[in-house]
Design a protein around this ligand. Structure first.
Ligand code: NAP
Length: 268
């Protein structure tokens, strides 16, 4: 596994496992929990050590339970979770309570990377929420802090008003929506990019091009897309409900794309 060094010198594995449907009936985002940790168990067996969770997924406890069951030391894992700001900010007491619930569900006393999940309209509140994350960071409960789905303007707000720079911005980046400008803006500010839904958007045409490229190296279309992202230091968090496909998404360190391959992928 290759690591990326964040702007506070913390190392993050460049491939993590998404989790937003793990442990849920029918593999559905809004499905109730099944009560088992199958996908997390497989992911750990496959070698994943970095997991992307969030309060809004309503399944942090599945991750917590799976990691505990593995009996591996906590320090082996890199856990991300996110403050649920989908409906905005409920105030400082609310944020503290939600954070404590995350720690409890994840069965840990620290989080490797804690993000504000979505920006919202009230900029003063975003700055206030960021200061709460800074406080947990200063106390060592959060080893790194960052944001998700932030535009340039939202990032500027934090860069101007915060004391600590976000370590990452987790954003959409996939075939048909690479988000190049924002990735460059993140990079220019020494903020790492995490690409969410990295396997989304692959239509038949894109699949054909990616398979042509992959055939040169004995790799699948999905492996080519993930390789494209990590070659430019974009962290990826694919998820699969299939153990073999989980393994495939990790098996991308033994080939290299050519300039021509990369140019073709960039146009998809
Ligand atoms: N910050 C945010 O706002 C945000 C938003 C969306 C997602 N996320 C995070 O990003 C994670 C990943 O995104 P996602 O859940 O939308 O899915 P994704 O990783 O883009 O994968 C999409 C689909 O691709 C299939 N797949 C996975 N590995 C494959 C492989 N090696 N070959 C072929 N197909 C493969 C999976 O289906 P099968 O199960 O059938 O294999 C999966 O449902 C989420 O779980 C979540 O943690 C964050």
């Amino acid at each position: 596994m290759k690591n990326i060094t964040l702007n506070n010198d913390v190392e993050i594995p460049i491939i993590g496992s998404g989790t937003n449907t793990y442990g849920k009936e029918g593999n559905q985002y809004s499905g109730p929990l099944r009560g088992d940790t199958q996908e997390i168990d497989w992911a750990i067996e496959n070698g994943y050590r970095h997991f992307d969770s969030a309060q809004v997924y309503n399944n942090e406890q599945v991750l917590g339970e799976g990691l505990k069951k593995s009996s591996l030391p906590r320090e082996e894992f890199f856990i991300t979770t996110k403050l649920n700001t989908y409906k905005g900010f409920g105030g400082a007491d609310w944020a503290h309570a939600e954070i404590e619930k995350s720690l409890e569900k994840l069965q840990t006393d620290y989080v490797d990377l804690f993000l504000i999940h979505f920006p919202w309209d009230h900029h003063d509140e975003i700055v206030e929420a960021w200061s709460i994350l800074e406080d947990y960071y200063n106390r060592g409960v959060f080893k790194s802090i960052g944001v998700s789905n932030f535009t340039k303007e939202h990032l500027d707000l934090i860069l101007k008003n915060g004391k600590i720079k976000p370590a990452v911005n987790q954003i959409a980046s996939y075939v048909g929506k690479w988000n190049e400008e924002l990735i460059a803006y993140n990079k220019g500010n020494d903020i790492a990019t995490v690409a969410w839904s990295p396997l989304r958007g692959i239509d038949e045409n894109a699949k054909q091009v990616l398979e042509e490229i992959g055939n040169q190296y004995g790799k699948t279309y999905a492996q080519v897309v993930l390789r494209y992202q990590i070659e430019r230091d974009v962290i990826v968090i694919p998820k699969s409900h299939n153990k073999d496909r989980q393994a495939q998404s990790l098996d991308i360190f033994d080939f290299e794309l050519t300039v021509n391959d990369r140019e073709r992928i960039a146009t998809l």
